[in-house]
Design a protein around this ligand. Structure first.
Ligand SMILES: NC(=O)c1ccc[n+]([C@@H]2O[C@H](COP(=O)([O-])OP(=O)(O)OC[C@H]3O[C@@H](n4cnc5c(N)ncnc54)[C@H](O)[C@@H]3O)[C@@H](O)[C@H]2O)c1
Length: 278
């Protein structure tokens, strides 16, 4: 398929859950011609990866079939991003199966461990930091190692959040992990620029994915509102008058992965309808 990303291979972590941002990003990059490596944890590993909240292997296979039908090559591999060896194996899979690694999107994230600061356990803190920040670093490292060896540049994008710029109640580890990604891209960009590799964050505001729907229920209940009222209040404080959609984030990622964005690095780009202005 021809498009501004044709001939590139893109890995997207956490992309095996239907209606998630990872799926939307994979579909967008495929529609622009990229060959796609889908990846998700695939099945529950422990308390931090409950079946109801993670992408299952069969869902990932269904998304892979949709992408293959679009006319690009697509493969899928399970990977728990907390495990450096599994992230390295995922990068090797991209090289072995598709012959190159040009785009890496760290999308995997835990946003469902949400509770008051006074009650957070050591396991809960470590799980969120382990996926959202450490997992993203393993991805940056695995991708950059191969992109440097390839010698033709590359694009690394993390899906951070509005929580990379502002604080939110009951989300201390989430907010800290996403703020951490701002520092990670600023540091990584200084080392990888000489190799033609850009490293950026996309920072969406609320999007009603599976994770987003769970958060709507949680915060509506906490504020004593119906979900409808909670969503209306959210829309009212966003200059563009609505929450984000998966395609808003996917379009920003595709732009940052394109040749046109070759001089943009170390950035944390808000995709928030104006809700997050800094
Ligand atoms: N939905 C929102 O409102 C919103 C807003 C801003 C940022 N984000 C971020 O966008 C990303 C995608 O979120 P989403 O809303 O699509 O939710 P989602 O739950 O659909 O996607 C998260 C994915 O991460 C995967 N994952 C969890 N633990 C993993 C692990 N250990 N290894 C590999 N994969 C793992 C899940 O299986 C899931 O597929 C996350 O990083 C999230 O923090 C979401």
């Amino acid at each position: 398929m021809s498009g501004r990303l044709s001939g590139k291979t893109a890995v997207i972590t956490g992309s095996g859950r239907k209606a998630g941002l990872g799926e939307a990003i994979a579909l967008q990059l495929a529609s622009e011609g990229a060959n796609i490596v889908l990846s998700d944890v695939g099945s529950s590993r422990d308390a931090a990866t409950p079946d109801a909240m993670i992408g299952q292997a069969r869902e990932m296979d269904e998304i892979a079939a949709t992408i293959t039908a679009m006319g690009v090559r697509c493969s899928a591999q399970a990977c728990d991003v907390r495990r450096r060896d599994e992230v390295q194996a995922l990068a090797d899979h991209a090289m072995d199966t598709h012959g190159s690694l040009d785009i890496w999107v760290n999308n995997a994230g835990i946003g469902y461990i949400v509770k008051p600061l006074l009650d957070v356990s050591e396991e809960e803190w470590n799980a969120v930091i382990g996926v959202n920040l450490t997992g993203a670093f393993w991805g940056v490292q695995a991708a950059a190692q191969r992109m440097v060896r390839q010698g033709r540049g590359g694009r690394i994008v993390n899906i951070a959040s509005q929580a990379a710029k502002s604080g939110f109640p009951n989300m201390q580890a989430y907010t800290a992990s996403k703020h951490g990604l701002v520092g990670l891209v600023r540091s990584a960009a200084t080392e990888l620029g000489e190799h033609g590799i850009t490293v950026n964050n996309v920072c969406p505001n609320h999007v009603t994915t599976g994770l987003g729907a769970w958060q709507n229920e949680y915060f509506a209940k906490r504020q004593g509102k119906s979900i409808d009222q909670y969503m209306q209040d959210m829309a009212a404080r966003i200059p563009m008058g609505r929450p984000g959609l998966p395609r808003d984030t996917a379009a920003a990622v595709a732009f940052l992965c394109s040749d046109e964005a070759g001089y943009i690095t170390a950035e944390s780009l808000n995709v928030s309808g104006g809700e997050e202005p800094h």
